[in-house]
Design a protein around this ligand. Sequence first.
Ligand SMILES: C[S@@+](CC[C@H](N)C(=O)[O-])C[C@H]1O[C@@H](n2cnc3c(N)ncnc32)[C@H](O)[C@@H]1O
Length: 275
Amino acid sequence: MDVLGHYDHGDTIASHETAPRFERQGTVALVGAGPGDPDLLTVKAQRLIDAADVVLYDELVSDAILALLPAAAERIPVGKLKGRHRRTQDEINQALVDHARRGRRVVRLKGGDPSLFARAGEELDFLRRHGYEPAIVPGITAALGCAAAIGMPLTDRRSSSSVTIVTGQAREGEPAIDWRRHAGQRRTLVVYMGRDNAAAIVDGLVAGGQDARTPVAVIANGTREDQRVATGTLAELPALAQRHDERAPALIVIGDVVRLSTAWAPAEPAWTAAW
Ligand SMILES: C[S@@+](CC[C@H](N)C(=O)[O-])C[C@H]1O[C@@H](n2cnc3c(N)ncnc32)[C@H](O)[C@@H]1O
């Protein structure tokens, strides 16, 4: 079995955890770090992190999680900061393969869940083309972490029977998102990376028939010690979105479930809130 040709799912995953069977050629794992609270790291993520020789991490990975990295592991920040790319995706892909080829246990640590808005597909493509089948370790995505952190379910049989998770940013060169098609009653809309497009989101949803009084929450630094939450109506979203530090990751939740959150501060007492 040659170094680049090794391509066995089960064995590769096992080797990451139990070393040193394939030590010579290394292993790669795409690991979800969750939204920031270190207690939300999965046991498997912690186990792979503890065994890692090198960790390439996003800017979304919180300081509290970084503090858990083993002292012996090499740490490589590869965050793509807003407007300023520290590493291109191509460079990250290549670095994963290069480190693995040196026989290292490589952890690619991503904020939240690695399969949601985290470019895991491109990394998987590249790694597979180079003979690596990475383990994927799910993490708690921002939507779930933030909802729990403000005491809110994402569905509620009285007011919401589905959740839509959507990015607030269209890809460069692609048409703007048509928010009208995301309008709807009895559902929850969760928008990642939407803060800069808050006005367009409101305009589109209202044009699509969404009530401008629909409750919304903007959660910044969700689950972290510096978590901030602003709640109000859909019409107020652009102003709510401005309340937080623009560098903090922020999530927008739109729907009646927001009334159930501990952060909901309606003008009228909660028991009169209309479902
Ligand atoms: C590139 S996406 C990555 C999503 C991540 N893979 C996940 O599953 O949560 C980055 C966006 O996720 C959201 N996000 C991630 N962590 C967050 C947190 N702790 N609080 C609020 N929003 C967060 C924000 O909308 C942020 O702009």
